[in-house]
Design a protein around this ligand. Structure first.
Ligand SMILES: [Zn+2]
Length: 226
């Protein structure tokens, strides 16, 4: 039997026990003030399988994230696909082919900036175009579109129905991009996250939960570049 160690035990005025795996794969346990340790241990034991699988998931993501190093031979994420970074002489622009992304040869320290610039430019071409398409297809008119550098959210919709998307979204997979756009378009109709709002999202994209989860699991994308 696996013995699970608690990394952090937090007692507070609460009625139930809650288990969380942090992004560093640590187990945080929140319990009522006077809950005896043996009860806590019993619950942990019952939840062993969940804790182990959740931890594995977190560690897998962490490995994925750690692999994304912007150096020659490193990995890069674009529209949900992973590319290996390969320098090339005598080219002036980034391009990709198969699973490789070729960039004009440069010092490793310059590479993040080059990739960021390129990504931003691609985002400015691709995201507004997709937004326009979906807005027309779904017959939900908007007043405009901004591409921002937000790091805390993928998109937003203003009171005047102007939609903003972060350029960082271009690294996400195309279905997840569509989900964010559809989500914001639904805010044109419902300015909240009410039941009606989610009903509308589901009506347009029945399997949206998968993409919502993908974005949550890959939230680190927002932190990849300064
Ligand atoms: Zn929303």
């Amino acid at each position: 039997m696996h013995k699970i160690a608690i990394d952090q035990l937090i007692r507070s005025k609460r009625k139930t026990i809650s288990l969380t795996i942090t992004k560093d794969a640590e187990l945080v346990v929140r319990v009522p003030l006077r809950m005896p340790l043996k009860d806590i241990n019993r619950i942990i034991e019952e939840k062993t399988d969940w804790i182990i699988s959740k931890r594995e998931q977190v560690l897998k993501r962490k490995r994925e994230f750690d692999a994304l190093k912007f150096i020659e031979g490193g990995k890069f994420f674009f529209q949900g696909k992973t590319y290996t970074l390969v320098p090339k002489n005598e080219i002036s622009q980034i391009y990709f082919s198969n699973e490789k992304l070729y960039y004009p040869s440069c010092h490793d320290e310059k590479l993040p900036d080059i990739l960021k610039k390129w990504c931003k430019a691609e985002a400015k071409k691709i995201l507004p175009e997709r937004l326009k398409q979906l807005s027309q297809m779904l017959n939900i008119p908007i007043t405009g579109c901004s591409i921002t550098s937000a790091r805390t959210r993928w998109g937003s919709c203003s009171a005047k129905n102007r939609i903003s998307l972060t350029w960082r979204l271009i690294m996400a997979n195309p279905d997840a991009i569509d989900y964010v756009i559809i989500h914001e378009l639904c805010h044109v109709i419902h300015k909240n996250h009410s039941k009606e709002f989610w009903k509308k999202v589901k009506q347009i994209m029945p399997n949206y939960l998968i993409h919502k989860k993908w974005l949550k699991d890959h939230g680190y994308i927002l932190d990849l570049f300064e």
